[in-house]
Structures are given as C-alpha cells and as structure tokens.
Design a protein around this ligand. Structure first.
Ligand code: CMC
Length: 428
C-alpha cells in the first residue's frame, strides 16, 4: 500500500501521509489539511470516521468482534483476572506482579475515605435524584476537598491521584445508593478485597454483619472487567477532551459520568431493563415491540441492540449472556425477564431489519438482568457501569496528558445567516 493519500480539490493535488496502527489499521493523517489547502476541513458528524488520537490502551475490531486491553483478550481477562489487576493493566500497561498488586491495593485502601463534609452535599439532594447525577456531582465535588492540581510530569503525583480516586469512588457509589434507600452512610473494611468491599459498602445493613457471597463477588468482578475500557467511546472521549484543557482528573471523570448517563450510551442498561419490564407488563408480546423498533415513525428503539463499532457481535455481550445464565442459576433466581430477553434476541437475529443493519445485542442487553439478580436497583445500573469504566477513563486521561495532546477543539462548517444589519426592536 502507498504511504500517501492524494486529495484533489479544484484541480490541485495534496498529499497526506498514511499511518498504520499495530494491528494494521489504516488512517490518513490530515493534521496539515487546513494549513496546506488554505482552510479546507473535513466534516464527520458523530466522528464515525475520525480518529481523535493514537492510543496504546484498548484494541477493538468491530467486524471480527475482538476486544483486547493492552493486548490481552477480554475473554481471557474476564476468565482469569480480577478487576483490580485489570485496572492496573489498563492504567500502567502491564499486568502487575503479586507485590505490585498488593502495593496498589494497599495504597488505594489508604485513600478509601472521603471528607465527612461530602455527606452534607449528598444530604442536599432529594431522594428522587437520579444516582448518575448525584455521582457526577460528588465526583466533581471531590476536587474541592483535594484541591491540589496534579503535576502530570511527576509519576508520583500522578500515581497518588490515581489511587486516591480508586479509593474514594466506590464510597461515592455506595453512598449514592444508600442515600436513595435511606440507609446510613458507612465506610467499608480495609480487610476486604476491592470488589468484596464494594458489595459490603453497598449492601451491609446496620443491624447485621454482611456475609460475602462468592457468586456475587465473581459476577461483579466479571461485569466490572467487561466494562473497564472501550477505547474512544462517548464518555471516554469526553474525559479526554475535558482533560485536554488541563482540567483536573476528578472533574474530567465527572464529565465522563455525565456523558455515560445517556440512554444511547451507558444509560442503555437501565433502559433495557425498563423496556423488558414494559414488555412483560404488556403481556410479553415481543413481536409488537419488534414492530415498533422497525417503525421509522416510532421513536422506540430496541435498547441493548446495535453498536457504533461492533457490526458482527459484541464480545462482551457473549460473555455476559453466559454469565447471566450462570449467576441466575447459582442464585436460584428465576426471572421471566431473562426469557423475554432471549426471545427478543432470537427474533431480532432472524429479522432482516436487524440482520441487514448488523444490529446485535450489546454489552447492556444482559448486564441489567445480572445486576437485578444481585439485588442492585435499576437506577444504579449505569452507576455500576461508571464504576467499571473508571480505570479506563483514568488510563485514557493519563495517556492523553502524558502524550501532551493539544486541547481538543473541533472545527465546524457554518450554515447560518451571513452578515446582516441589526434591526431595532421596534422594527422586528
Ligand atoms: N433499534 C432499532 N433500530 C436501530 C437500533 C435499535 N437499537 N440501533 C440502530 N438502529 C437502526 C437505525 O434506526 C438506523 O436505521 P436506518 O439505517 O434505516 O436509518 C441504523 O440502524 C443505524 O443506526 P445508527 O443510529 O445510525 O447507528 P449509530 O452507530 O449511530 O448508533 C447506537 C449506535 C448504539 C447509538 C444505536 O445502535 C442505538 O441507539 N442502540 C440502542 C441503545 C443502546 O443499546 N446503547 C448501548 C450501546 S453499547 C454500550 C456502550 O458502549 O455505551
């Protein structure tokens, strides 16, 4: 393949370098397009064809259904690693040795406390507040209690900021849920594993000890790993672009949480469960909802279906579907919602509308069913996604700052009015 791409505009030819990634993906480097051509830009709404950065963290091939973190397949990581190992891998690039992992965990535990005044902020929210809004606010508020900005050129300062947020974030997650359900706020226990501690912080009742359930710990570990990174998706791009103005880590993460909230992104896991519930309430008529999803005059979409990048299958969905069967079986939960989900999936996979558009179940289609079986309230599903995505956001923010990327600032094609004279209010 040639190492240059040629673009012809008004009879004049311009050459741009072709760059390849480590998996032989091909990109045209148009960094000099505007300068060379005297102002021409590219238009790509939704960035469907635009690479915003070079990154060495996550590789995915949407056609082949491949997802790898730092070169390791998602299938192997979900099977053999735990969430904290995966977090370390994503952030620092290599799987930790046992000593490195022990130190990482112990440093995180040192920061697993938040200023008691954070409770006052939490108290000011009505119980009806959506947990994602609360989590975004509290994450941003952490900046007020940890005001020193991180010197990104200092490995030590960067490391401290990372273990600090990994220690504090699960507390915010747990408190967000406990506040909504009128449960007293508490801290976890430093004697527990990272994921065990999350479960205890979320579910411990004030009047009894919390007994760990291995099935729940394994299920949550796996779900968090599967959500841990997904290259330049909407929330991750938000984190990178926010941080590109040299805004701090915590506020950049808060921006990412807000982006994740939308139902086309992480909010889909809540929307899927609400959709499945609605279908159940409506007599379980999946065909009716399939017809609605295909009707262009109906805004209804089959939530948990389709993906911007995966056009074959979402490897995470495959793992989660299997896990849903196992977890519900192990917990002895029979959930008619799972049957509705399987029915919908079967119909969609045989329907030309979905087949032609390459719409397959995504990570969110089955995850809510597991969360529900674990006793996690529906409104918390996207918060659990945020908890899983945290190491991905951190690693992408760190990479962006370490590579000294310029401030993110897209261009536009202006389609508004051309210059016109101001009209006095009496003449309008
Ligand atoms: N139900 C019905 N039709 C759909 C769906 C769906 N879930 N998804 C896409 N389509 C149709 C869409 O109407 C369009 O049809 P046409 O070509 O006739 O106009 C075609 O498929 C392409 O859709 P698109 O919206 O142009 O595709 P996109 O890449 O911009 O959107 C998506 C991707 C994930 C936003 C979209 O598939 C969707 O809205 N899915 C439902 C929400 C969802 O499950 N989101 C979670 C994504 S995975 C978790 C995460 O990473 O956040």
């Amino acid at each position: 393949m040639s190492d240059k791409a040629t673009l012809e505009i008004n009879g004049k030819k311009y050459e741009f370098p072709i760059v390849t990634g480590s998996e032989n993906e091909v990109a045209i480097d148009i960094k000099n397009l505007r300068g060379d051509t005297g102002g021409v830009i590219t238009i790509d709404p939704g960035y469907k064809n635009t690479g915003s950065c070079e990154s060495a963290i996550t590789f995915l091939d949407g056609e082949k259904g491949i997802l790898r973190y730092r070169g390791y397949s998602i299938e192997e990581l979900a099977e053999k690693a735990d969430f904290l190992e995966v977090a370390y891998l994503l952030i620092f690039g290599e799987l930790p040795t046992q000593d490195e992992l022990n130190k990482f965990h112990s440093d995180i535990k040192k920061h697993a406390v938040v200023d008691d005044d954070v409770k006052k902020i939490l108290d000011a929210f009505p119980k009806s507040a959506h947990p994602m809004g609360v989590l975004a606010s509290l994450t941003s508020a952490l900046t007020a209690f940890n005001p020193s900005s991180v010197n990104v050129d200092s490995e030590e300062e960067m490391y401290n900021a990372i273990v600090r947020i990994l220690g504090k974030f699960p507390i915010l997650v747990a408190w967000t849920m406990r506040k909504k359900h009128g449960m007293p706020l508490d801290y976890g226990s430093s004697s527990l594993g990272y994921v065990e501690n999350i479960l205890q912080m979320m579910f411990k009742r004030p009047d009894e000890d919390y007994t760990q359930n291995k099935i729940l710990v394994n299920a949550l570990d796996k779900l968090l790993i599967l959500h841990a990174d997904h290259e330049q998706n909407c929330s991750t791009s938000t984190v990178r672009i926010t941080g590109s103005s040299h805004a701090g880590l915590f506020v950049s993460l808060s921006a990412g949480i807000s982006a994740l909230w939308g139902p086309l992104h992480g909010g889909a896991n809540q929307a899927v469960l609400e959709m499945l519930e609605a279908i159940k309430e409506d007599g379980g008529d999946t065909k009716k909802y399939m017809a609605k999803a295909k009707d262009k005059d109906d805004p209804f979409r089959l939530m948990g279906f389709g993906h911007r990048v995966y056009k074959n299958f979402d490897p995470r969905a495959k793992i989660i579907k299997k896990a849903a069967d196992e977890v519900l079986g192990d917990l002895g939960v029979e959930d008619p919602i799972l049957d509705i989900a399987k029915g919908l999936e079967k119909e969609a996979l045989e329907d030309s509308y979905f087949v032609d558009r390459k719409l397959y179940p995504n990570v969110d289609f089955y995850s809510g069913i597991i969360y529900r079986a674990m006793g996690i309230p529906t409104e918390m599903f996207t918060v659990m996604f945020a908890l899983g995505r945290l190491p991905g956001w951190i690693s992408q923010w760190r990479e962006m700052r370490m590579r000294k990327e310029p401030i993110g600032r897209p261009r536009q094609l202006y389609t508004g009015e051309t210059q016109r004279p101001f009209k006095e209010i009496s003449k309008r």
